[in-house]
Design a binder for this molecule. Structure first.
Ligand code: FAD
Ligand code: SF4
Length: 335
């Protein structure tokens, strides 16, 4: 059995106090929300903080408000978001992505803030300490080289959040509270340049709120690829949102790919191609052929990377067909 290492547990009453505790304890400290990602990672010694700063006691941390735009407290659970009537009605892709994370017990504990900050993943890293020691570790933790791309100076562990690509397609922003004050940045700016420093936020900053604009008049979806229908992290996520005018003319569109890089990847060339065109079967095929190009999966996740790359094209096409109200070409589930 893998056990948690000893740690000191701090219970701040405000976000500013949490930020101060993180700043005072430096690299020894980490924030913890639901713990569904952090605790398994600590058991595997991927993270070894000696101080945990709990975000449970922060005021209004779990609130969900859908007046005009949507405001989600960072501690809102994935279950609460997935099952919230206004979220399901007005931001269905948010509810869908939250509802596709992992399994019901983990969605009951796991939070939206934790989901946006979830660690990057790699087959050579998400292993027990014993397993990683047997191959000499890799540079994300305790080693010197990348075992997937040995010449690489950066880590290629994959961004594996289900909700981050959706938040990016909807132009969502997050509030961060740090020891130097509060700021609001786009979700797209939350992610850093490599799989180790995967968050661009400062280490003493606590994510307190997620702000999603009103998207009345937009269609949106999230599609997730994984080996099993539950529990598994995405090996590909496709989030798409579009505002269609008369005759299904694309007035605006956003497509973001998840689990193909160290951060979610916007398919900007495909978006530019689609604007002003009718969202029909032929345009969709052409757009999907452009959209999958920025996906560069490596051999560090489940199933073959060549197949994952091919599926990016297929899943983008299916997502766009959903937005256009066209059949996706999938077989109905066996009941
Ligand atoms: C078996 C299994 C399957 C899983 N499957 C999926 C999946 O399919 N899709 C998916 O997206 N995730 C998956 N997860 C990961 C995890 O359950 C979710 O991402 C969950 O939403 C994480 O939220 P949490 O509150 O538990 O985060 P925690 O574990 O508490 O924290 C995760 C990270 O975020 C930081 N953090 C958390 N909240 C904040 C905040 N408010 N401000 C600043 N930093 C913060 C923590 O310091 C930590 O680094 C899975 C986990 C397990 C164990
Ligand atoms: S991509 Fe390379 S450095 Fe990053 S976790 Fe995997 S093996 Fe380690």
């Amino acid at each position: 059995m893998m056990r948690l290492p000893p740690f000191r547990y701090l219970a701040p009453r405000t976000a500013a106090e949490a930020a101060r505790m993180l700043a005072d304890n430096g690299p020894e400290a980490m924030a913890v929300a639901g713990g569904t990602d952090l605790f398994p990672n600590m058991k595997r010694r991927q993270f070894t903080p000696t101080v945990l700063v709990s975000l449970r006691g922060l005021p209004h941390a779990a609130r969900i408000s859908a007046n005009g735009g949507l405001t989600l407290g960072a501690m809102a659970t994935l279950t609460d978001v997935a099952q919230h009537p206004a979220v399901s009605l007005r931001w269905p892709a948010v509810a869908r992505a939250a509802g596709l994370v992992s399994s019901p017990p983990l969605r009951n504990a796991g939070t939206m803030g934790g989901n946006l900050c979830v660690d990057t993943r790699c087959n050579y890293y998400n292993q027990s300490e014993f397993w990683r020691a047997s191959i000499g570790y890799c540079m994300k933790k305790d080693g010197d080289i990348c075992l997937v791309a040995p010449g690489s100076k950066i880590c290629w562990a994959l961004s594996s959040s289900d909700t981050a690509p959706v938040m990016m397609t909807l132009g969502a922003e997050v509030t961060l509270v740090g020891s130097a004050g509060e700021r609001r940045i786009p979700v797209a700016a939350l992610y850093g340049p490599d799989g180790i420093q995967y968050l661009a936020k400062k280490t003493d900053e606590v994510l307190t709120e997620i702000h999603v604009p009103d998207r009345a008049g937009w269609s949106m979806t999230y599609r997730k690829l994984r080996r099993r229908g539950s529990i598994d992290f995405p090996i590909l996520g496709v989030a798409a949102a579009a505002r269609l005018g008369t005759g299904r003319v694309v007035e605006d569109v956003r497509i973001v790919l998840g689990a193909v890089h160290t951060a979610p990847v916007p398919a900007t060339d495909a978006e530019a191609f689609l604007r002003g065109k009718v969202l029909g079967a032929e345009t969709i095929e052409m757009a999907a052929g452009i959209a999958y190009k920025p996906a560069h999966p490596l051999d560090n996740a489940d199933l073959s990377y060549a197949w994952r790359k091919r599926m990016a094209r297929i899943e983008v096409a299916r997502a766009l067909r959903e937005l256009a109200g066209l059949p996706t070409g999938e077989l109905p589930p066996v009941v």
